[in-house]
Design a protein around this ligand. Structure first.
Ligand code: MGD
Ligand code: MGD
Ligand code: SF4
Ligand code: MO
Length: 733
């Protein structure tokens, strides 16, 4: 019988009464999807939809994008500036002038008393590029502290460092279109279907049209691993060993591209000598991948007409993060797979504008991939801004991960946090709490007042979020795309651009340097500074970006970036001519001897503690935690545990356990799953007072990025009722 036939109502879409759709770019991950947000007659954002003619997402969005209009009026938004004299007092609401006066005078007081570098600034990968650029100008050109960094040190620093070491500059050389032609894809520590769902969709579509082998290297059976042809469940932290072994096989069997190596690289001899020690039999003992698989993968990759590698945090967040990136670059250079359609080494970036901060924020140098260490660069930027080049430091200062220890030791006395939440996202958060308590002044500039850091702040500056502002983001494939303003900043919050420029006015030097008021004027400054650089955006402007649904850099202000009709187009790939950013134009092949330096499981702490993300949540949940259609799928912290390991310890599915590391403990609900091996547990890092109470975060020596994913822990029984109560308290926080 056909149930209800003829009686059933047809499905009706709820009419949201959208009056106007406004073009913008998603503010969560670095895929860079084009979104239209629907606003109703009251100018309230009520719907989101993918943009059909945008090359990146072709009409698609993931769960976060499709619900993104809900973040504007989500609970916990900052509504007015707040100040207080000590972290034990209550906050007082004040007007913007009073809040900025207090912040500005505290910065100056601290700098006068303890020196210029005693005040630190830590920013983000989530503001608009124009805002990054302006914060960089304020920090480098006016405030003058050298202890200025971003949360990208927790995220992309190893990729940046690895690209610089191999190619002489940062800048991912490939693009999503490479999936269309590649004949072999390796993915290291990257879970595309959950973390970059639309990049995954692009890859899957290409692979459905024309099957090519997908090899996933990840200690967990991630969703991407489930779709792979081969899954290599690597021992955590040992990717460099696997990479050396792959190169060993390739060189031994003569599968390398000698012509490419000879014409475009230096250093092959040193790499040959180093990888001699990494025969598959010896390597297998360290990296946990058997010798035959190593040989098969090496042959598959080297014999493919074109082959590409992608990676994300499984590589970057490791004590060998930068070396892992260099290893991937080595492999691709050695097989002639750089600057070629379908042959590339493409870091899958994290936050929506982690690329923008790398290019323009001046965190690790000066704008447009310029270096503080280079006197010509200091001169150029100094002249352009009207700042004495001697005012700039001559080398980079502390990274985020070194700024917190410097607060502990008293070297740094004041901190301005812009759009980042280290109380949940840094390793060993108990230590971070104690560190923040020591500050004479903490300024928190965030869109949400319930961000945990406000517990320790003296000044809170409420900022507009995402499309309450106008400017650009750059995505994983170097595509600069337009974020149009959909709605005004919530209540009395202000755009970060406005806050930063107003802060400049509190400084004598800030009155002399020009701070433009609109983001398109700021963009014009960036265009001018970009001319002739690798990151050339001189052919772009805001309107062209919207019309093209984003343009990739380099995109020059001359006919080299025009299509047949005279429209602007960017270069889809870098290094097509085999010329790299070192003085002799050659890339570097670098030997990577492996030294075991991780915290590894032992008798007392027998499990690997791994951590990462879930599709429906973004980071510390200041946004997705309040969007019902995201939060309802993962409302509470949980831990993946292997059923066999659980049976041995008497742990049952959906009961609470205490997880203990050398740093501290956390109580968490257990989900039994074969996704993790017998000796590993995995906890998403989205939940406050959870996995980062346990992590150690040893640092990569080149990038200073923490090894979030390789720590040791043990599991203990806990009173179920107490644990449930604690869990409810945390959820309601
Ligand atoms: N839904 C959602 N999407 C996001 C984000 C989010 O918070 N939520 N955040 C964005 C940001 S900022 C980032 S950086 C990206 C992160 O994107 P991904 O890096 O893809 O995500 P993670 O879950 O952090 O880690 C990926 C995998 O690394 C594996 N791994 C752990 N140790 C190792 C190892 O030693 N070797 C290898 N090969 N793999 C290892 C883990 O098992 C995990 O499955 O996602 C972006 N997209
Ligand atoms: N254990 C473990 N820890 C990790 C990771 C892991 O895999 N495991 N991953 C690391 C990685 S890759 C990353 S990127 C970090 C992320 O770490 P964080 O940057 O600390 O995390 P978010 O929650 O994204 O914090 C961003 C803050 O900026 C605010 N915000 C958003 N948009 C705006 C805006 O336009 N203006 C202003 N002023 N504020 C805004 C948000 O409300 C939020 O409070 O976490 C790291 N921590
Ligand atoms: S894939 Fe990333 S950019 Fe695209 S809608 Fe989802 S979160 Fe936004
Ligand atoms: Mo990230």
């Amino acid at each position: 019988m056909l149930f209800g036939r003829g009686k059933k109502n047809p499905i009706k879409m709820v009419d949201k009464k959208v009056e106007k759709w406004i073009y913008t770019t998603c503010g969560y991950c670095s895929t860079g999807c084009s979104i239209e947000v629907g606003v109703n007659a009251e100018k309230k954002a009520v719907a989101s939809r993918g943009v059909g003619d945008a090359d990146v997402n072709r009409g698609k969005l993931c769960i976060k994008g499709i619900t993104e209009h809900d973040i504007f009026e989500a609970s916990g938004r900052g509504v007015e500036p707040l100040i207080r004299d000590s972290m034990h007092d209550d906050y007082r609401p004040v007007d913007w002038d009073a809040a900025l006066d207090k912040a500005g005078s505290e910065i100056q007081r601290i700098q006068e008393k303890y020196g210029r570098d005693s005040f630190a600034i830590v920013s983000t990968g989530q503001m608009l590029t124009e805002e990054f650029y302006t914060l960089g100008k304020l920090t480098r050109g006016v405030i003058g502290t050298n202890n200025y960094d971003g949360n990208t040190t927790l995220c992309m620093a190893s990729a940046v460092s690895g690209y610089k070491r191999s190619f002489g500059s940062d800048g991912p050389p490939g693009c999503y279109d490479d999936f269309e032609t590649t004949e072999c894809l390796m993915a290291f520590g990257s879970n595309l279907p959950e973390q970059h769902p639309i990049i995954y969709w692009r890859m899957r579509e290409a692979r459905e049209k024309r099957h090519f082998p997908l090899i996933v290297i990840d200690p967990r059976v991630t969703m991407l691993a489930q779709f792979a042809d081969m899954h290599l469940p690597i021992t955590p932290g040992t990717d460099v060993v696997l990479l050396n072994a792959l190169m060993h096989v390739i060189l031994k069997e003569g599968l390398e591209d000698r012509d490419y190596i000879n014409q475009h690289t230096n250093g092959i001899e040193a790499v040959e000598a180093c990888v001699k020690d990494y025969d598959p039999v010896s390597a297998a003992k360290i990296c946990g991948i058997d010798e035959d698989t190593i040989r098969t993968v090496a042959r598959l990759y080297a014999k493919a007409g074109t082959a590409m590698s992608i990676w994300t945090m499984g590589i970057n967040q490791s004590t060998h993060g930068s070396d892992g990136v260099v290893g991937i670059n080595n492999l691709n250079l050695m097989t002639g797979n750089i600057g070629k359609e379908g042959g590339t080494s493409l870091s899958i970036t994290g936050q929506c504008n982690a690329m923008g901060t790398r290019e323009w924020s001046s965190c690790s140098g000066l704008p447009g991939y310029r270096a503080l260490e280079n006197p010509d660069h200091r001169e150029e930027v100094g002249k352009f801004w009207g700042v004495d080049p001697e005012f700039f430091p001559k080398k980079r200062g502390l990274t985020e991960t070194d700024i917190f220890p410097a607060i502990e030791t008293g070297q740094i006395k004041g901190l301005w946090l812009v759009a980042t939440n280290p109380m949940t996202s840094m390793p060993n958060t108990a230590r971070i709490r104690k560190t923040l308590e020591k500050l004479e002044c903490l300024i928190v500039q965030d869109s949400y007042v319930d961000v945990e850091t406000t517990q320790y702040a003296h000044v809170f500056l409420p900022a507009g979020v995402w499309a309450e502002k106008e400017g650009v983001f750059t995505n994983t494939e170097r595509r600069v795309n337009m974020v149009r303003k959909v709605t005004e900043p919530y209540k009395n919050s202000k755009s970060d651009l406005w806050i930063i420029s107003q802060m400049a006015k509190r400084f004598e030097q800030g009155k002399k340097v020009h701070f433009p008021e609109t983001s398109s004027e700021v963009f014009d400054e960036m265009r001018a500074l970009s001319k002739g650089r690798l990151v050339d955006i001189s052919g772009m402007d805001h309107d062209k970006l919207e019309a093209a649904r984003g343009l990739q850099w380099p995109c020059r202000d001359d006919e080299t970036s025009n299509d047949a009709d005279g429209n602007k187009v960017g270069d889809p790939r870098l290094y097509m001519d085999g010329k790299f950013q070192f003085p002799d134009g050659k890339a570097k092949l670098i030997p990577l001897p492996y030294i075991e330096n991780n915290e590894v499981p032992d008798e007392e702490y027998p499990f690997w503690l791994n951590s990462g993300r879930l599709v429906e949540h973004f980071h510390t949940r200041t946004k997705t935690g309040k969007v019902a259609n995201c939060n309802k799928f993962s409302p509470t912290a949980f831990m993946e545990m292997n059923p066999d390991a659980a049976a041995e310890l008497g742990v049952e599915h959906m009961t609470y356990v205490r997880v203990v590391s050398k740093r501290g403990d956390a109580v968490v609900l257990v989900q039994l799953t074969q996704r993790v091996p017998h000796n590993m547990v995995f906890i998403p890092f989205h939940f406050h007072d959870c996995v980062n109470r346990l992590t150690l975060g040893l640092l990569d020596p080149h990038s200073r990025q923490p090894a979030f994913k390789q720590n040791a822990c043990r599991i203990e029984a806990v009173d179920q009722e107490e644990a449930a109560k604690l869990n409810v308290e945390l959820r309601n926080y």
